[in-house]
Design a protein around this ligand. Structure first.
Ligand code: 6MZ
Length: 394
């Protein structure tokens, strides 16, 4: 293919450069073409084998992390983590199966993801479905080795915001017991963060309504609030008062930050607000002065490797800002963001970090333990979870 392009560029019949290239790559004519094809096939097979070997090694490592049961997940969106079979079943009942299969097969950048979420929301469109999805997401994280989970989700008018919160909390209780459990039994403890969606909650009063629900349901497992949704719509100004109120009521605050370029002013304002945690910070780390502000702030950052690579915000795992923040000694934690949308899991994210940045199992376990410092739950739950991680096997 490459040769073909060169020949084209050299003119019909091929220029001197093209002929030389052909000779170097196996000569012209039918025999040359066959030879080149064979070589390309051999290269492709070798590449596939090395990818398979890499995937196998990653899968083995992920399985080991899952068995070790030391996972801590602080940044996962309920509907982005829907179980695939469930989504397809809900979609089929709503005549949306084809669209879901297409969405799953599609490659996606960040903005395309928000179209996929619309489809998931069209499938998880009533309280029963939402309760089931929340329960299953908790079960899936537990099976993948999580000891502590903070799930975030956006209360939606479609179901009724308060009914929405009730349904999510019921799903949480179905999976983890009262208020999401306290980890004393060695099982997964889970909590809920309510999200304000920059697109959906398009005025201050809608954001305030979500914050008021978070305050109301604090005793049942809501521990924090988050600002998320498409980063190209909405303004922080609209939400500051709501997030200040949440903080005044003892809720944890987390803001999606720096997911797209050219948002320096907003990123500066986010850091200045001093939330308890920031999500992503992809572009924050690329700007000298913002990076300085971030490092000075010591605000823990929720990092989502696969999400940032799949949405093409980062060129590859090796280029991810995980390395920069870790080497600066900045507080970070590894998260999945959306396990279904990005076809990942917490143990897989740990495996990728281990493989890409050369971390040992112990270093990964330490990171996970450290993440509990940034969790929004009560101290006694933290102590239980830390003891569980300490006592975990392999
Ligand atoms: C910003 C995201 C996101 O709330 O319906 N969400 N917001 N950046 C991301 N990075 C990829 N991934 C998910 O879960 C889906 C919602 O979470 C937010 C979006 O608002 C999306 O609609 P819930 O449970």
């Amino acid at each position: 293919e490459e040769v073909g392009r060169d020949v084209g560029a050299g003119g019909v019949g091929g220029g001197v450069r093209a002929r030389r290239l052909m000779a170097n790559r196996g000569g012209g004519g039918a025999r040359g073409r066959r030879r080149r094809r064979r070589r390309a096939r051999r290269r492709a097979t070798a590449r596939m084998r090395s990818d398979d070997a890499k995937n196998d090694a990653r899968a083995r490592r992920a399985a080991a992390f899952a068995r070790a049961r030391c996972g801590v997940e602080l940044h996962a969106h309920v509907n982005g983590c829907v179980r695939e079979d469930t989504l397809l079943e809900l979609a089929a009942a709503r005549g949306l199966e084809r669209e879901c299969e297409r969405a799953l097969a599609s490659d996606r950048d960040l903005l395309a993801c928000f179209e996929i979420f619309k489809l998931v929301h069209a499938c998880v469109d009533d309280a029963a479905a939402l309760r089931r999805v929340t329960r299953e997401v908790c079960e899936d994280f537990a099976r993948d080795g999580a000891r502590y989970l903070e799930l975030r989700t956006t209360p939606k008018e479609q179901i009724g915001k308060e009914r929405y919160v009730e349904a999510v909390l019921s799903g949480l209780e179905d999976a983890c017991g009262r208020c999401g459990g306290d980890g004393a039994d060695g099982e997964l403890a889970a909590r809920i963060i309510l999200s304000v969606d920059r697109a959906r909650d398009d005025d201050a009063s809608k954001a305030m309504e979500t914050i008021d629900l978070a305050i109301k349901y604090k005793e049942r497992g809501v521990v924090g609030v988050d600002l998320s949704g498409s980063p190209v719509v909405g303004h922080w100004d609209r939400y500051v008062a709501a997030f200040e109120k949440a903080r005044a009521h003892g809720l944890g605050t987390s803001l999606h930050n720096g997911e797209v370029a050219n948002t320096e002013a907003e990123q500066r304002a986010f850091i200045a607000f001093r939330p308890d945690r920031l999500g992503h910070c992809v572009y924050t780390v690329r700007d000298e002065s913002l990076l300085r502000d971030l490092l000075a702030s010591k605000i823990p950052v929720e990092l989502c490797l696969t999400s940032n690579v799949k949405t093409r915000s980062c060129a590859g795992f090796a280029e991810h800002h995980f390395a920069k923040l870790r080497s600066a000694g900045h507080p970070i934690c590894l998260c999945t963001d959306d396990t279904w949308v990005f076809q990942t899991s917490l143990s897989r994210e740990y495996a990728i970090a281990a493989e890409t940045f050369g971390l040992t199992d112990d270093e990964i376990r330490d990171m996970s333990t450290r993440a509990m410092d940034f969790a929004f739950c009560d101290e006694d739950v933290k102590l239980n979870v830390l003891a569980n991680i300490r006592n975990s096997t392999s």
